[in-house]
Design a protein around this ligand. Sequence first.
Ligand code: PBG
Ligand code: MG
Length: 329
Amino acid sequence: MFPIRRNRRLRTNEAIRSLVRETYITPNDFLVPLFVVEGKGVKEEIASMPNYYRYSLELLKDEVKTLWSLGLKSVLLFVKVEDVLKDNKGTEAWNPNGLMQRAIKAVKDVCPDMLVMTDVALDPYSSYGHDGIVEGGKIINDATVEALAEMSLSHAEAGANFVAPSDMMDGRILGIREALDQSNFIDTGIMSYSAKYASAFYGPFRDALDSAPVDMVDVPKDKKTYQMDFANRDEAIKETEMDINEGADIVMVKPGLCYLDIVRDIKNTFDVPLAVYQVSGEYAMLKAAAEKGWLDHDAVMMEQVTSIKRAGADIIASYFAKDVVKLIS
Ligand SMILES: NCc1[nH]cc(CCC(=O)O)c1CC(=O)O
Ligand SMILES: [Mg+2]
């Protein structure tokens, strides 16, 4: 007996495959992370992130123009802060003339329609490399939330469209929403890193910003008291639900590839746009394997970003955004 149903008919050639394909990648899917550094004419490659750079403000403007011309319309800004400006409370984070505040204006200056999202967390500003204030060997939640609200307000004042708290303190979405609303920034959105895991895939990012926790007595060695345990799945639902109730406009799962079960859970449970962050270690892994000739860079890259979207991502924050868009255009 031969089979009546032959699924292979739908895979006969590229025309029929593209006709029945369920998931397409377009430039609209992407949020582009950008690293900003002080200085003039600086474009420095990040050692553990080949072909990814830190830009000083003038060159950041050029990069933003390039992104816009490729159809990439949203950026997520991170700044590398000079050591002398770091302290335990991260006070530089709400300096109205700080690097982030100038970077927001620089992007808007050259490309007013570019959607600007900003990272909100203390780690790039913290002398201890933590996302919160350190006291007696602990990360202090509520005082940190106040600092994050101040920081968010400062980003909104500089012209950010969305703030993106990546710190995982409890209650910070509510604290930030109230601070924004009280100052009449009712249209400034919040993209919450709602299910962010304590992951070893963030290493290259911490190189990029020189933001890793420092090795000192009375300073926690890792971020496990605020970022989630990677063994947990149900907890992601709880975290996400709370952030939505506190006012998050967009929620996020981070990292990407190892967490696609979480992505699908969240997608099936909530009706809020879902972002997924394909993080620095995921980028570095593929770059390294491709450099060795062990993996086909472009093929694996497309498989990865398509998998993230197939799993349920509405938005993909990815260092591959530009490479992908060049490849598919
Ligand atoms: N608040 C810090 C922050 N915001 C985004 C990332 C990681 C992004 C990446 O690895 O690409 C991190 C690192 C961390 O939590 O230590
Ligand atoms: Mg939370």
